[in-house]
Design a protein around this ligand. Structure first.
Ligand SMILES: Cc1cc2nc3c(=O)[nH]c(=O)nc-3n(C[C@H](O)[C@H](O)[C@H](O)COP(=O)(O)O)c2cc1C
Length: 206
């Protein structure tokens, strides 16, 4: 039986919700800690990333270009990019061992697909694999306001075993910059993955 505890590989998916900066920041933190990251970016996410962060995708040597973009070029060998239509990727199968998956940010479309087990793209299938293998699946939804359909689907994924960490920053730590706000949300994600960090100051009481 593979040693799941010592496994240091995560799948990270970035979907087409606003807040692609959260995905970029998580990639930095995981690569910095020598995790291997299988990265999948949906086609709508590529449009949002271009709009919000000014990064344009070019599928040639994409892993290296993304590692450079996140400031982790020296860790490029630990970043494996897969297209969302690549259903032959290793992460499509439960026999490929990972510690789990984070979908950050997660659109309501992807929440709906995961909640209903569609598995029709690599992101949806990898999430399905994480749930069926009882691995960590962290979903970072971003939408407001939330409809009954959104709320029902979020409840379904949580009941199926996912950890739902809304992109919902707190202000008790007096953030001064966008980076502070982003770090709070990414810190909350790392908490769910059991990864130590100091991205936000923990509340100590009065
Ligand atoms: C600029 C932009 C921002 C968007 N923001 C959100 C959002 O915050 N939440 C959301 O659920 N969908 C958002 N969408 C819509 C999704 O991109 C769309 O539903 C898409 O089909 C999601 O597909 P995916 O989950 O495969 O990435 C946004 C779209 C654009 C173009």
């Amino acid at each position: 039986m593979p040693d799941l505890k010592s496994n240091k590989e995560y799948t990270v998916a970035i979907t087409g919700a606003s807040g692609s900066i959260y995905g970029k920041r998580l990639l930095q933190e995981l690569l910095k800690r020598d995790f291997t990251v299988s990265l999948v970016i949906s086609e709508p996410a590529k449009l949002v990333i271009k709009h919000e962060l000014g990064f344009t995708f070019d599928e040639d040597n994409v892993s290296i270009k993304i590692a450079d973009w996140v400031g982790m070029l020296d860790k490029a060998n630990r970043l494996k990019y897969y297209r969302d239509d690549d259903l032959m990727a290793p992460i499509c199968s439960g026999s490929h061992i990972t510690s789990g998956m984070v979908i950050i940010p997660c659109s309501m479309a992807t929440v709906a697909s995961v909640a209903n087990g569609l598995s029709s793209s690599l992101i949806e299938r990898s999430a399905d694999v994480a749930l069926k293998e009882s691995r960590i699946l962290v979903i970072v939804p971003r939408e407001t306001p939330l409809s009954r359909i959104h709320l029902t689907n979020l409840l379904k994924v949580q009941e199926a075993g996912a950890k739902v960490v809304p992109a919902m920053p707190a202000f008790y730590n007096n953030p001064k910059t966008i980076e502070d706000i982003v770090d709070f949300v990414v810190g909350k994600v790392l908490d769910q993955m059991g990864v130590e960090h100091n991205l936000y100051k923990r509340w100590q009481g009065r």
